[in-house]
Design a protein around this ligand. Structure first.
Ligand code: GTP
Ligand code: MG
Length: 197
């Protein structure tokens, strides 16, 4: 599935503009700069399918990608810090939350967390929303190339412990690096399984 075509479908800035639900969707959520767009590129072996940047707040729309006509990947704007006006940020955040709470066909949300930082209160807020809406999600630790293996394992355990009682959380916490490709095959396998009925 991930070796085949992946095409940009559209970018959305309002709920009214969302594409008709049809294919199952997987969304990538997380704090600004955590590596959502980079992960999407690494998963699909593209260099610049989704635009990435050193500056937090790069992704400002809900960007939909069609993976082989079987699955849609959705790159979300980050929450937290962004170099933009407060009104703009509130606009994207509201849109992102509305999408996450009410989307038919949303099979899984990958909640990305930086391996160097672990879970932040704002991540807990996102997980609260997903738990309440009963949307299945999974924590994906990013940038593990930036931490020592023992530290990465420590963060993984801490996160796994913190989500035990969360009803919509998948118990597995993946360690990934978009830079080295670590964890990509495992994540591809997990996501490909969501296309099966
Ligand atoms: P927003 O769209 O602003 O919310 O950010 P994002 O979550 O999409 O992050 P993006 O993919 O744009 O990456 C942010 C920065 O982190 C870029 O400079 C990336 O090159 C870097 N980055 C992303 N993933 C990795 C990784 O696995 N390892 C390392 N070392 N850097 C990474
Ligand atoms: Mg982005």
């Amino acid at each position: 599935l991930f070796a085949g075509p992946c095409d940009f479908l559209l970018g959305v800035t309002s709920i009214a503009a969302l594409p008709d639900p049809g294919l199952p969707e997987v969304a990538f959520a997380g704090r600004s700069n955590v590596g959502k767009s980079s992960l999407l590129n690494a998963l699909t072996n593209r260099k610049a399918l989704a635009r990435t940047s050193n500056t937090p707040g790069r992704t400002r729309e809900l960007n939909f990608f069609d993976l082989g006509g079987e699955l849609r990947l959705v790159d979300l704007p980050g929450y937290g810090y962004a170099k933009a006006s407060r009104t703009d940020v509130e606009g994207w955040t509201g849109l992102t939350l509305d999408y996450l709470k009410g989307r038919v066909g949303l099979r899984r949300v990958c909640v990305l967390v930086d391996s160097r930082h672990g879970l932040k209160p704002v991540d807990a807020g996102t997980m609260d929303t997903l738990d309440e809406a009963a949307v299945p999600y999974q924590i994906v630790l990013t940038k593990i190339d930036k931490v020592k293996p023992t530290a990465a394992e420590g963060v993984r355990k801490a996160v796994a412990g913190a989500i035990v009682k969360r009803p919509a959380a998948h118990p597995d916490v993946l360690l990934t690096s978009s830079q080295t490709g670590e964890g990509m095959e495992e994540l591809r396998t997990t996501l490909a399984a969501l296309t099966e009925r």
